[in-house]
Design a protein. Structure first.
Length: 305
């Protein structure tokens, strides 16, 4: 899944795990049910899941895993099976896994929800997971719930124009939620960018490249940069990027990437190919690097493997 949308899913889970589990996995908003996030770096050896929680009920504890995909591809069932196997191996608890499809692009009817694993004559596993199609979830359900962190997802849910306007008004005063709503809304073929900005009641320039400026991941980097004494340089770079156009913005974003690599990964080499990348590719790389757990992962991202 493209990382900027993947990050939206993870951020909303961090803000409101209970709400996300309720909407996407049907876990009741019951105070008797305890929900504890699982450390994603430890839960699955070799790769990361999107959202994973221990859900404790009177009937027992189980693992609830949510995995978001921007669009359908044929490798999803295999990937879901690998996640479930790894979670089972690590935690030794029942696993309920939910695939959340953000858009209907390429989705077959019905969407496969099983995968068969065979390893010769000695091992055979039939893996099942649930499927939630975001475009089939009623927006009214989220609007009535009153949980702000879930509101940006209305942009891709089954909604009326009135519900979209209502949602735009509700998120407009929160820059983080507004950016999420705008970013996700660009995947909705019913609305142009200008129409989305109209729903938010903001001029286009106020949100241009704001996915970078207001991202919680960039803010975390800026906080670290402040300690290193480079905050003003990065802020000037971003401001100049807005004023001087895409090419200058690309150069300034590359500067952010280089500083990020320097601070987080002790100067992992940045290939010449990355330095020539366009603005959109650099945005994706920066987003991936913020989520990278270690130097090995950063090297892999920068090498394009």
């Amino acid at each position: 899944m493209r990382k900027r949308y993947d990050r939206n899913f993870k951020v909303s889970g961090q803000k409101d795990a209970r709400g996300q589990l309720y909407i996407f996995a049907g876990v009741p908003l019951d105070e008797s049910i305890e929900v504890t996030p699982v450390d994603k770096d430890l839960s699955v050896p070799g790769f990361l899941v999107d959202d994973c929680y221990l859900v404790k009920r009177v009937s027992g504890t189980r693992v609830m895993h949510l995995e978001a995909e921007l669009r359908w591809h044929s490798g999803i069932p295999r990937d879901m099976a690998r996640y479930i196997q790894a979670l089972d191996l690590k935690l030794e608890l029942p696993v309920e896994s939910v695939l959340v499809l953000l858009t209907s692009v390429g989705a077959p009817d019905p969407v496969p929800s099983t995968h068969e694993i065979r390893r010769g004559d000695g091992f055979n596993a039939h893996i099942r997971f649930a499927v939630r199609k975001l475009w089939e979830i009623e927006a009214a359900e989220v609007l009535e719930l009153g949980r702000p962190s879930l509101l940006p997802w209305v942009a891709l849910m089954k909604s009326t124009d009135r519900e979209m306007r209502q949602c735009g008004q509700l998120v407009a005063d929160d820059s983080g939620l507004a950016v999420q709503f705008f970013t996700l809304g660009k995947l909705n073929p019913r609305y142009t960018e200008e129409e989305l900005l109209g729903l938010l009641g903001r001029r286009a320039m106020l949100l241009k490249d704001s996915i970078l400026e207001q991202s919680p991941y960039l803010q975390a980097f800026m906080n670290k940069a402040r300690v290193q004494g480079i905050e003003q340089g990065i802020e000037r770079g971003l401001e100049q990027g807005l004023e001087q156009g895409l090419e200058q913005g690309r150069k300034n974003l590359l500067d952010v990437l280089l500083k990020l690599v320097d601070l987080r990964f002790n100067r992992v080499p940045v290939p010449a190919r990355v330095k020539r990348a366009d603005l959109e590719e650099l945005k994706g790389l920066v987003d991936q690097l913020f989520a990278a757990p270690d130097k090995a992962a950063a090297r892999k991202i920068l090498s394009g493997k």
